[in-house]
Ligand binder design. Structure first.
Ligand SMILES: [Zn+2]
Length: 333
């Protein structure tokens, strides 16, 4: 028992109490050994008493030692806390893929001197339609199924960010060189390729002597910066009420390089944006003299560019907040 007492481990936080119960408490082994003295032969009692008393003193002094050493440990633990250390790091999030691509698009056009312009998502009929050469009953209004505000049908959720362009033109400060990123709304059936809300970036450049060649070169620079120098472009004639002539622009397929695959429907080309020269009527509506000024405009869906860039097949995933998807975009750019 002497060995056992000497070698008792002090590491446990409650070592002193465990020791007390085991050895010197009322049911402890030292105590019970002392009660055995009555069974010892009378001539040995004196010697046995001395041995047991030594054992008791040993146990008591060990108990004191454990108490002191545990106290010191707690004190030194308190002293070792360094209050100047930085706190635990919080997990870093990443940007949403739509934000990453929007920022990239914006930075490319900023290098060409375009400034960012923003406007309200709840618009009036004039800025969203009429000023853009879509008068009431114009069939082209059917192209953009619109959410109207019941209380006041003149108000609506903007169907494109062209309304921001109108607001900028109305300010009358020329030349104008802007891009307008933002969320837009259309009353469409939600599917893998369409949603009732999505993000656009539109661009507008108005100055003297602006030509279609400027439009083409600007957009060519953009797709090369966005997708790589190997990218080819082509324009197809199209129709938009607010531009004349109008075109849709395709880029060579990123997947097959133009040979033909499922993504490009075996044509080698994928459509990425609509563009054209600003219609003289639109300039007039916004108080700009179409005889003196000309301009080009273009617009693209950020979801579409993002899907092409990251090979995403279903655009509904952008608004589902699924962390398994979002975690794959940890870039902080
Ligand atoms: Zn392809």
């Amino acid at each position: 028992m002497r060995e056992e007492i000497k070698n008792f481990s002090e590491n446990d936080q409650n070592a002193a109490e465990i020791f007390r119960i085991k050895f010197i408490g009322s049911n402890g082994s030292v105590k019970s050994l002392m009660s055995e003295i009555k069974n010892v032969a009378p001539e040995n009692k004196r010697e046995m008493g001395k041995v047991l008393n030594d054992l008791k003193l040993l146990a008591e002094s060990k108990h004191e030692e454990i108490k002191k050493s545990n106290g010191d440990q707690q004190l030194s633990a308190a002293k070792s806390i360094d209050l100047t250390l930085p706190g635990d790091a919080l997990p870093m999030g990443g940007r949403h893929p739509i934000s990453i691509v929007r920022n990239k698009i914006v930075s490319i056009f900023q290098r060409l001197g375009f400034a960012v312009a923003e406007g309200p998502e709840i618009e009036d009929d004039w800025h969203n339609f009429t000023a853009l050469n879509l008068p009431e009953n114009h069939p082209a209004r059917d192209m953009q199924d619109t959410f109207y505000i019941n209380e006041n049908p003149v108000w609506l959720l903007r169907t494109h960010t062209s309304s921001v362009q109108v607001r900028e033109m109305e300010k009358g400060v020329l030349p104008i060189r802007i891009i307008c990123p933002g969320r837009v709304y259309r009353n469409e059936t939600i599917s893998a390729r369409a949603h009732c809300f999505f993000n656009q970036v539109e661009g507008l450049y108005i100055a003297e002597n602006v030509s279609f060649a400027d439009l083409k070169q600007t957009l060519y620079f953009f797709v090369q910066e966005m997708f790589g120098k190997e990218i080819k472009i082509r324009f197809r004639p199209s129709y938009f009420p607010f531009t004349e002539p109008s075109a849709e622009m395709d880029i060579s397929c990123l997947i097959c390089g133009g040979k033909g695959c499922n993504v490009c429907k075996h044509t080698g080309w994928v459509e990425i944006l609509g563009c054209g020269m600003v219609h003289p009527k639109v300039l007039e509506n916004c108080g700009i003299d179409p005889k003196k000024y000309a301009g080009f405009a273009f617009g693209m869906g950020i979801e579409r560019i993002t899907m092409l860039k990251y090979q995403i097949k279903d655009l509904r995933i952008f608004s589902e907040n699924d962390v398994r998807f979002l975690k794959q975009f940890t870039s902080a750019v």
